[in-house]
Design a protein around this ligand. Structure first.
Ligand code: BT5
Length: 256
């Protein structure tokens, strides 16, 4: 797999993201490896890539299926606090552009963090921040994208998930390269271009205007997804005319 990393690094011409790439054939989760590296002072922009994960995770302690062949990576960042809302937007924009570029498939974003191809989830985003009291020490941006995955072999996601097909070529390296290059470009536009990034992200969302169910713990609230704001929060209009605003970390969303 040395070749894999060499091909990734060799083709990258970024200023910050992926200047250093660490590849591990097997990790529990790239999030934990990246967190540990950040605590050890690893350089910002360093990317941890796993060949496979044995304990990949999503938000709210959910698990992430991450077999060999799929993409699992985490980016170590030391952002300003005011950058935080934009990280999920940048990640979604970079990942969807990379899927469109490398797999030639139209890709949508389902609020807050699902990458959708043909109506199904091909990838997800997980952002975890390291706080020391009120001080932000680091952020870890995790991205998983299914490549050559036999979705039917995983009953828990068989209905909702889909996978890209590499068709024999090294789509994974190409996809990662494009993703890191676009992430680099967008991240280095902060903070000045935050609003433009927000608008591009909003334009990619399939969620707005749809009937949705917001699930938070054992509560389910029905309504219409009405708008997102620049903090990344979603406003849902309930049938009685009142509205609620929900944050990405807290809820899952079912689109009708
Ligand atoms: C996510 O969470 O979608 C974020 C996934 C982030 C994964 C990356 S891989 C690299 C890094 N290291 C990690 O350990 N994680 C990150 P969430 O919105 O909570 O969605 C999780 C739900 O997606 C699960 O409960 C399943 O229903 C579904 N799911 C699990 N594995 C999937 C897969 N491979 N493809 C599509 N859906 C999946």
């Amino acid at each position: 797999m040395g070749d894999f990393v060499a091909s990734l690094v060799g083709g990258l011409n970024t200023r910050l993201i992926g200047r250093k790439i660490l590849y591990y054939p097997v990790l529990a989760s790239t999030m934990d490896a990246a967190r540990k590296a950040a605590l050890d002072g690893e350089a910002g922009g360093t990317v941890i890539v796993a060949g496979e994960q044995t304990q990949g995770r999503g938000r709210l302690s959910r698990s992430w299926v991450s077999p060999r062949g799929s993409i699992a990576l985490s980016i170590i960042l030391y952002p300003e606090v005011i950058y935080l809302p934009y990280l999920v937007m940048i990640t979604a924009l970079a990942a969807s552009a990379a899927i469109e570029g490398a797999a030639s498939l139209p890709t949508a974003v389902k609020w807050p963090n699902d990458l959708i191809v043909g109506g199904k989830k091909v990838g997800g985003i997980l952002i975890e921040n390291g706080w020391d009291g009120g001080v932000l020490r680091f952020s870890i941006v995790g991205i998983g994208i299914n490549v050559d995955m036999e979705v039917a072999a995983y009953p828990e996601i068989a209905e909702i998930a889909a996978s890209l097909r590499s068709g024999g070529r090294d789509m994974r390296a190409e996809l990662i390269r494009q993703l890191l290059a676009e992430f680099d470009r967008l991240y280095l536009m902060l903070p000045a271009e935050g609003h433009a990034i927000f608008e591009a992200w909003r334009g990619r969302l399939t969620t707005l205007g749809k009937a949705v169910t917001v699930v938070s713990g054992d509560q389910a609230i029905e309504g219409t997804a009405e708008a997102v704001d620049e903090s990344g929060a979603l406003r849902v209009r309930k049938p009685d005319g009142s509205s609620i605003t929900v944050l990405a970390g807290d809820v899952s969303l079912r689109e009708k």
